[in-house]
Structures are given as C-alpha cells and as structure tokens.
Design a protein around this ligand. Structure first.
Ligand SMILES: [Mg+2]
Length: 173
C-alpha cells in the first residue's frame, strides 16, 4: 500500500453529499428529519421512513465507497446533521447508514454533530485529508489548510469517476 494512502483519510459529509432526502411531498429535508423505522425499497439505494419520507443515495456512490475502501483508505463521515440530545444509535442519519448497509465502510473516527458545531475543529494537523462536502461555507473554512484537500460535492456528476480523481489526488500528495 502506498504511503499517501496510509496517511490520508477520506472524510465525507452526508446530507446532499452522499444522499438526498425528501418528505412525502418531495420537499427537500435533512436526514435528521426522517422518522424511523426505515425500510429499503426494491432498489437498495432508496430508503423510506415511517411517514412517507425518502432518502436516496447518490447514483453510484456505493461503487465509489467500495472502491476507495478496497484501495485501503480510512473513511469517515463528518456531518452536522445530528438531532440535539439524541444518542447516536437513535440518530436518523446513523440509522440510515445502517439501513443502507454502508456503515461498515466508515472505520475512521466519524462525527455526527449538532448544527452549531464547526467541522474545521474535527481535522488534525498531523493527518492529511480528502474531504468531500457540498457546503460553500464549510469548504471556505478549510480552504487555506494545506492538510485538507477539499472536493466540492456539488460538482460531482458521477461518483464512479471520483475513484480515479481520488487516486490522482493521492499521487500528488
Ligand atoms: Mg451537506
């Protein structure tokens, strides 16, 4: 395994980066607004909640996740989509990761934080990171840090192609 894979951590935002969630009228919602229990629809990329809400994994995200996992990257999630005062095992986002059966790929230190927390406080200078997030504010906050290589999720048209991009970025690190 090459050195940059060993030292680089892949950190993924959840809402609007790896999935999109909707209420029963197809208005966009955050995953924290989903109401468990969840069920998976015929296609395992769609989850339905108890009140007609849905959560859809981005197209080909599963393929990407498995590929980068197999490359040996340590993968974490970092989200400010926590419901206040709810233990992790009852958090809708955590339950969604479980239901989609993708929690097993997130072996790095992961954080599901309340919305007032700053993500920048969860990166450490002695590590290097590939960080994928859709929030302009968050991306701007890490822009000047040389140990964080950030990718704007809004520009990801195909997750399939992201594995190549990750490999290229690792080469230049
Ligand atoms: Mg987001």
């Amino acid at each position: 395994m090459n050195e940059s894979i060993k030292k680089t951590k892949l950190v993924l935002d959840l809402d609007k980066t790896i999935w999109d969630c909707y209420d029963k009228n197809f208005n966009e919602i955050w995953a924290k607004q989903l109401v468990p229990p969840f069920s998976l629809s015929n296609n395992s990329n769609d989850l339905t909640d108890d009140v007609g809400g849905t959560c859809r994994l981005k197209a080909d995200f599963r393929i990407f996740l498995e590929e980068v996992f197999n490359l040996g990257l340590t993968i974490s999630y970092l989200s400010v989509g926590a419901r206040l005062g709810v233990p992790l095992e009852f958090q809708p986002s955590f339950l969604a990761l479980k239901k989609f059966e993708i929690l097993k790929y997130f072996l790095g230190d992961s954080y599901l934080l309340y919305k007032t927390e700053k993500k920048i406080n969860y990166f450490y200078k002695d590590q290097s990171y590939l960080f994928i997030d859709d929030s302009d504010e968050v991306l701007k906050s890490v822009n000047d840090l040389e140990y964080i290589n950030a990718i704007d999720a809004k520009f990801i048209k195909s997750w399939k192609k992201q594995t190549l991009k990750v490999q290229e970025l690792l080469k230049t690190n």
